[in-house]
Design a protein around this ligand. Structure first.
Ligand code: NAD
Ligand code: MG
Length: 361
């Protein structure tokens, strides 16, 4: 394995290079001479010439074997990112993880792979990058609780009746973050914060009752850690994914980015309130799935992916997403996955149940 010393070139494999995170990652790599893009992959968009090794679709682990990266940035959307996550963790290669779905679905298997491989898991999700920085290697016992912030999405403050007829275009208009379509819908339903709750549980080893979600409309505070001594550390910054991407790729250095310094005198407001779990049931369902453990988080994620795709294609109303996920979670067995084959089966089963139950086919 190559060294991690600052000044020495770091070989980056970027998987999901054509997406929102992928494009911002290329900007960060281009700005840092010590970061070398050795491989890039996308799901379907051609990317010839972007890196010495490129691949569109297919088995991405072969590309990673050939690329011999120091760090893999997994910016794939959805469960499809799982082989990339497991490859990096098994091989002891640093994993810069944007693809939260893989950690949610495969949490226990992923942590076991990390244990065997010994690599570092560097969160790219902004809240988790923030929490990782506030935590700064301290053990979970020193933590009282973690607070993840949510913008509340475009429908914050509305009632269930008021969002029953929203269209995909309305749901795609996110107030503070500019992201790919799937996570933008997840932000509108709060499923994204549900996925992040489970992601945080696996990343930081905290029980669910010590992870809180609060709505914070301006997305300036990304996460806050309360410690057992009464101190609370928060991470602030303008909502811009180039900051956590840069942090994960150049860790432990804090490299320059084009993001401006925080201006406190320009009318910055830090407002927080409790999420509305009745209007946005997916956050509650994610917490329940996380607490039940086993393959419930995998089923939550699978059902959500199917329902979001159906909503985006106009085959399911907005509130149908939560209903479909709830129905699927009540139908699956949820038994823990002993291996990858078990997990893939649990994912497929949850997808089948969601398609049938919600009539989204
Ligand atoms: P996106 O839809 O913009 O891009 C997804 C990328 O994944 C594309 O490059 C696509 O080609 C690739 N891809 C899809 N299926 C693939 C497959 N089977 N194999 C290989 N590549 C495949 O999505 P995004 O917004 O960039 O989000 C990517 C991930 O990062 C998601 O898990 C999301 O939750 C997470 N994330 C995104 C943001 C953000 O600001 N966009 C913030 C936090 C976390
Ligand atoms: Mg996030």
């Amino acid at each position: 394995m190559r060294g991690h010393t600052v000044g020495v070139s770091r070989r980056v494999a970027l998987i999901g290079a054509t997406g929102s995170i992928g494009r911002q990652a290329i900007e960060i790599v281009d700005a840092h001479p010590e970061l070398e893009l050795v491989a890039a992959a996308s799901g379907s968009t051609p990317i010839d010439g972007l890196a010495p090794l490129t691949q569109v679709g297919g088995d991405l682990t072969e590309l990673l074997d050939r690329a011999e990266p120091d760090v893999v940035l997994n910016a794939v959307v959805g469960f499809a990112g799982l082989p990339v996550t497991l490859w990096a963790l098994e091989h002891g290669v640093d994993l810069a993880l944007a693809n939260k779905e893989s950690l949610v679905a495969a949490g226990d298997l992923a942590l076991a792979a990390r244990e065997r491989g010994g690599g570092r898991l560097l969160p790219v999700d902004s809240e988790h990058s923030a929490a990782f920085q506030c935590l700064d290697g301290r053990a979970p016992e020193q933590v009282d609780s973690l607070v993840l912030t949510a913008s509340g999405g475009p429908f914050r403050g509305r009632t269930r009746d008021e969002i029953a007829d929203v269209t995909a275009d309305e749901a795609l208009a996110h107030p503070t973050w500019n992201m790919g379509p799937k996570i933008t819908i997840d932000s509108a339903t709060l499923a994204n914060k549900g996925l992040e709750l489970i992601e945080a549980h696996f990343l930081f080893g905290l029980p669910y009752d010590r992870i809180e979600v609060v709505v914070h409309p301006t997305s300036v505070v990304h996460a806050l850690l309360r410690f057992r001594d009464g101190a609370a550390l928060a991470h602030l910054g303008y909502p811009d994914m180039r900051v956590p991407i840069s942090y994960a790729l150049t860790y432990p250095a804090r490299s320059a980015t084009p993001v401006p310094a925080l201006d406190l005198a320009s009318g910055l407001t830090l407002e927080f309130h409790a999420p509305d779990l009745e209007t946005f049931p997916l956050l509650r369902l994610a917490r329940e799935a996380g607490e039940r453990g086993g393959t419930y988080p995998c089923a939550f994620n699978a059902a959500n992916e199917v329902a979001v795709a159906a909503f985006l294609e106009g085959r399911l109303p907005f509130l149908g997403i939560g209903e479909a996920v709830e129905e699927t979670l009540s139908a699956v067995g949820g038994a823990p996955a002993r291996d990858l084959a078990d997990l893939v089966q649990a994912d497929a089963e949850a997808r089948r149940l969601t398609v049938r139950g919600a009539a989204v086919a």
